[in-house]
Design a protein around this ligand. Structure first.
Ligand code: BGP
Length: 467
């Protein structure tokens, strides 16, 4: 029988903007999302979200009651620095000090992400991550966080999902600034984020603090729908831009030759070039030699077919199954694999992809040191019936992915923890409040929490450490 190690973390994941609410409380400044979510026609806002700002003690008590011994939180940059730079907001510092202290008091170890999509509005307006001027301000924010909370926080992530920032903001048009098919900007942003990440890792190491630092990547498996050389190539190109480019930067410390060849081929089709500045590769190399862990978010894999038509993307943000379209000229099209089940948001449920990705990290990036599964979970339209939520499909999903993790551990991959997305129901960035992921159901009118069937199941797994 396979068993998780006794020190394996069974955690729950959150992100500041998706849970805190209180967007205008205690001097918080605006991030890009505040601007867009408050435009006429926007269907939801984060103004209340899951009210974690006021209810974190209750949520941490739930963690304690349900055997959850780790929590991913992120620090809202504009609570600490309302304009992104300049004057520090003491109330923001106090909030995160209190939150971190409460986590420790409850025996729920905080895993803190510095940037989980919520770029301060002034920097967003000034070019977002395309303008490298933001990097020095981000480093300043990171330094403040390390100096203030670094005595107690032992797990830091520089960024959550650079790929989502780039893809959703510039290719699929589902995140600010809602641009579509701008692959050149997406690639440049990825590189700029890799530089910001590297500088932050190097800074943290210079400060000799008593913890570890890594990055959280969303790693999507890419599987060719046939063995044809065209489909295999589509798969390789999609994998390079969404996975390999960043894994190379973070763990090799440079872009491998074949990675750059693929990226240049993608850019050439869109008349683009990648700007790498003098000194960039040295920074990446230094950070790669110092990074402590990979945070891996895994939800899904894509089945790819070659595609040379016009780019066409439709984001299914409503849960109307079968409405997604994702086809990128010169890269490939995501197609349905009839043998693989999907969620209502058309995400293929494919735990094998998680196993394959974990083994690949071990093989291709042997200096990864350790992996935390920083997010994994299933978006589901939970039915709330007389205070009870039977989310059996979510249990099946998590069970299958935990099995993939155990198998990867048996095959020699060093995986130290699992943070289910999400701890409680939260705001889904581009899908609103009806795409639920939590172990705890949130009634968004009253903010009352209700443990779902999955919460009880997770509790028993976390306790026994056996599936
Ligand atoms: C990841 C993000 C999370 C979360 C999750 C689910 O990409 O890091 O913040 O939102 O995906 O995604 P969604 O809410 O779009 O279903």
């Amino acid at each position: 029988m396979k068993k998780f190690a006794d020190d394996f973390i069974f955690g729950g994941a959150t992100a500041a903007y998706q849970v805190e609410g209180a967007t205008q409380t205690d001097g918080r400044g605006p991030c890009a999302w505040d601007y867009y979510m408050n435009q006429p026609g926007s269907h939801f806002t984060a103004d209340n979200a899951s009210d974690f700002y006021h209810r974190y003690k209750d949520d941490l008590q739930l963690c304690r009651d349900f055997g959850i011994n780790g929590i991913r939180i992120s620090i809202s940059w504009t609570r600490i620095l309302p304009q992104g730079c300049g004057k520090i907001n003491p109330k923001g510092i106090k909030y995160y000090n209190d939150l971190i202290n409460e986590c420790i008091k409850c025996g729920v170890e905080p895993f803190v992400t510095l940037h989980h999509f919520d770029t301060p509005l002034p920097f967003f307006n000034d070019g977002h991550w395309l303008n490298r001027n933001i990097i020095k301000h981000y480093l300043n924010f990171a330094r403040i966080c390390f100096e203030t909370f670094g005595d107690r926080v032992k797990k830091w992530a520089t960024f959550n999902e650079p790929w989502s920032i780039a893809q959703n903001g510039y290719i699929s048009g589902s995140f600010p600034p809602y641009k579509k098919y701008d692959i050149n900007s997406a690639v440049q942003i990825l590189h700029n984020l890799m530089i910001a990440h590297a500088k932050t890792v190097n800074l943290y190491k210079e400060m000799s603090l008593p913890g570890e630092i890594g990055i959280v990547h969303t790693l999507e498996g890419k599987v060719p729908i046939s063995n044809s050389s065209e489909d295999v190539k589509a798969c390789r190109l999609d994998d390079t831009i969404s996975n390999k480019f960043m894994l190379d930067a973070c763990f090799k410390g440079h872009y491998a030759k074949d990675t750059l060849t693929d990226i240049q081929e993608i850019l050439a089709q869109n008349d683009g070039t990648l700007r790498i500045e003098p000194g960039d590769i040295e920074l990446l190399t230094k950070a790669a030699s110092q990074i402590d862990f990979l945070g891996m978010n895994y939800y899904s894999s894509h089945f790819l077919q070659a595609y040379n038509g016009e780019s066409l993307i439709h984001h299914n943000g409503t849960g109307e199954k079968g409405t997604s379209i994702f086809a990128l000229r010169g890269i490939g099209a995501r197609v349905t694999n009839p043998a693989v089940e999907t969620t209502d948001w058309d995400w293929p449920i494919y735990p094998q992809g998680m196993y394959d990705m974990l083994l690949r990290i071990k093989k291709d990036y042997p200096n990864y040191k350790k992996i935390y599964i920083a997010e994994n979970g299933m978006g589901y339209k939970d039915d709330f019936i007389n205070g009870k939520i039977d989310d059996t499909p979510r249990i099946k999903y998590v069970q299958e992915h935990l099995e993939a993790i155990l198998n990867a551990i048996s095959a020699g991959v060093n995986i130290k923890g699992y943070y289910i997305w999400s701890l409680m129901d939260v705001l889904s960035w581009s899908n609103g409040y009806n795409k639920r992921y939590g172990l705890f159901y949130v009634d968004f009118n009253t903010q009352k929490r209700y443990p779902k069937k999955s919460a009880y199941w997770y509790k028993s797994i976390a306790h026994k450490k056996i599936l």
